[in-house]
Design a protein around this ligand. Structure first.
Ligand SMILES: [Zn+2]
Length: 157
């Protein structure tokens, strides 16, 4: 799935999260949105040619070599590790607001969901072989349909 579609899906997921856990502080809303977009793009750091991979340079190449594209960074383990890290370290010692951290996690999870509906899918329990996949072909008409459906939902809600 392409970065733009990932971002759209992230916005959709962020809107749903915000509906159930609203926050009326405008600064936190902006930080939530920025964290969300970063979370949406970060999983593809395991692919050196991705939007974030190109910016991360050798770090991305190293991660791709060690973890493989759509490997560990595209697994449920990352969500659990990041959640634990945020709850027990980041929000405790760095005083970063939990709402902002959840924005990042929602974005990260939305990315995995987006890749899970593509033909290649993801391995949520990597390195175990179980693969979740769907009918969407990256960069093809089916992805355009998904993007249009998300835009329609965002505009009408
Ligand atoms: Zn991905």
């Amino acid at each position: 799935m392409r970065s733009n579609t990932h971002i759209l899906l992230g916005i959709l997921a962020g809107s749903v999260y915000f509906h159930y856990f609203p926050n009326h502080n405008i600064v936190l809303q902006i930080l939530f949105s920025l964290a969300l977009i970063f979370g949406v793009l970060l999983p593809d750091i395991d692919e050196a040619h991705s939007t974030i991979g190109q910016r991360a340079g050798f770090v991305s190449k190293l991660i791709q070599k060690i973890f493989k594209h759509r490997g560990f960074f595209h697994s449920a383990w990352m969500i659990l590790i990041l959640y634990a890290l945020f709850q027990f370290v980041v929000s405790k010692y760095l005083a970063i607001n939990n709402f902002v951290l959840m924005g990042f996690l929602v974005g990260y999870a939305a990315h995995l969901l987006g890749d899970a509906i593509t033909v290649n899918g993801i391995k949520p329990f990597y390195p175990l072989g179980l693969t979740i996949c769907g009918p969407v072909r990256t960069g093809k008409f089916s992805e355009v349909l998904v993007a249009l459906a998300i835009i329609t939902w965002i505009v009408t809600h």
